[in-house]
Design a binder for this molecule. Structure first.
Ligand code: 5AD
Ligand code: SF4
Length: 455
């Protein structure tokens, strides 16, 4: 339900908009859909300095992310449009909105709209409300409504996100997601196939399936059979014009044999798996309520590698979870040594209000967290560098996504999700090129173009 309170000086109905995304790729997808919706209403996208409407699509996962949002709310609250000095309409969307909604309205009078991640299809109504003098607040978690209401036609760049599943029922004890995104809900098979086809018609050559627990996706196919993510991937594999499929983020417990098998025989499924483990100590994993062990994680990775030996493994780590001892941390280091990651994200534990871990005894001292994070990141960085070096001399296809720093340079992704720089006149964004990798750094590789590959 959209609630409203009267404001003193109503702002004009916006003609231009700017969406600023924070946090995960699900927010990027949501931000794109908001933009589609505004465009369908006749609004045009504009710079942050001149937009009539600024949407901050926020992230609440760690304290730092939420702090960034608050300082940005302060900054845009004082903002005047460069063109005419008027104050833009300001909407706060996403997970900070969901977690701290009413508080934002109270603390920041310049914010006109607060809208949770499941309610942004109601933005047009809320914007009209503000123009009529009412501030808007909507934090309902109604499930799938927003996907039904949003515009179906999609224009796309060469790479596109497709949210297949939202929310989380896992309740890891450190995590806000089950509270900000709600329960696990899967979108329907037919909606996803239709949207994937529309994305390919609109220009996408690569689709990344998104979900907080993407591999928990379940549904029914057109014949009424119960299906899982691997079946969806196999159906997308049959869409002509689509060259690559990825999915992110997965939970070890939902890594089924069928999904593992797909890595062995689905041609378009890229050799990359992001599988967060968080920690290598079973005691800490239990306290985190992860419901897998270090060993069961190792066995999943072994199984995937058996079927797809070149697969790039990526993960997420938290150091300094309450009660983590030196020995527990060494278990994490040992696990990392065993797995040998191609890339990874690692964070200091950040207590999130309302989560069970925030009030656990034995919170780890900041200095110890710093030292552990530094050691972990050094090891992960070294592994990433070595993985990048391991592809030198190999030929592979690169899907060009954006311009590089230098004239004529373009950047794309290798099958293993490495940023790859190529330099050759005549190429353009969206081209798929055959490249031989000739140089590797910590965060990217460089290739010589051999020829334009068939998409
Ligand atoms: N503190 C630190 N990191 C966290 N993550 C989630 N919650 C927290 C927290 N409270 C990390 C996890 C997750 C990633 C998206 O963010 O590693 O996989
Ligand atoms: Fe958060 Fe755990 Fe759910 Fe991932 S699986 S979104 S870390 S609660």
């Amino acid at each position: 339900m959209t609630k409203g309170t009267t404001v003193d000086s109503p702002k004009k109905a916006p003609k231009t908009f700017f969406v600023q995304n924070y946090g995960c790729q699900m927010n990027v997808y949501d931000g794109e859909r908001m933009a589609d919706q505004f465009a369908a209403q006749g609004m045009t996208s504009s710079s942050k300095d001149d937009a009539d409407l600024i949407v901050l699509n926020t992230c609440h996962i760690r304290e730092k992310a939420a702090e960034k949002v608050y300082s940005e709310i302060g900054r845009v609250g004082k903002k005047r449009k460069q063109a005419n000095g008027a104050q833009p309409m300001i909407a706060v969307a996403g997970c900070v909105a969901q977690a701290e909604g009413a508080e934002i309205s109270r603390r920041s009078p310049s914010v006109d709209i607060v809208v949770g991640p499941q309610a942004y299809h109601k933005l047009p109504e809320m914007i009209a409300g503000v123009a009529a003098g009412k501030r808007g607040l909507d934090l309902d978690l109604p499930g799938l409504d927003k996907f039904d209401v949003l515009p179906k036609k999609r224009k796309s760049g060469p790479t596109a996100f497709l949210t297949v599943q939202e929310g989380c029922d896992k309740f890891c004890t450190y995590c806000v997601v089950p509270y900000t995104r709600g329960a696990e809900i899967s979108r329907s098979w037919s909606a996803l196939i239709d949207e994937a086809k529309a994305l390919v018609d609109g220009g996408a050559k690569e689709i990344t399936l998104l979900g907080q627990n993407v591999n928990a996706w379940t549904g029914e196919d057109d014949s009424g059979n119960a299906v899982g993510l691997e079946d969806l991937i196999r159906a997308l594999d049959r869409i002509s014009g689509l060259a690559r499929i990825r999915y992110v983020t997965s939970h070890p417990n939902d890594m089924t044999d069928g999904l593992i098998a797909a890595h062995g025989d689905v041609e378009k499924l890229m050799p990359y798996l992001h599988l967060p483990v968080q920690a290598g100590s079973d005691r800490i994993l239990k306290a985190m309520n992860r419901s897998h062990s270090a060993d069961s994680y190792r066995r999943i990775i072994d199984a995937v590698r058996k079927i797809r030996p070149d697969i790039a493994i990526s993960g997420d780590f938290i150091v300094g979870f309450p009660g983590e001892s030196d020995g527990d941390f060494e278990d994490t280091m040992r696990l990392v040594e065993y797995i040998n990651y191609a890339s990874a994200y690692s964070f200091k534990y950040s207590p999130r209000p309302g989560t069970p871990a925030a009030t656990m005894a034995d919170q780890v001292a900041p200095q110890i967290m710093d030292e552990r994070l530094q050691r972990l990141q050094q090891l992960l960085g070294q592994q990433q560098y070595e993985f990048n070096r391991s592809v030198i001399g190999q030929s592979c296809d690169i899907l060009l996504e954006r311009k590089g720093k230098y004239e004529g340079q373009l950047i794309g992704k290798s099958p293993w999700l490495q940023s790859t720089h190529v330099d050759m006149p005549g190429l353009k964004i969206g081209d798929m090129v055959r490249v031989q990798i000739n140089e590797a750094g910590y965060s990217s590789v460089t290739g010589d173009v051999l020829m334009q590959a068939a998409a």
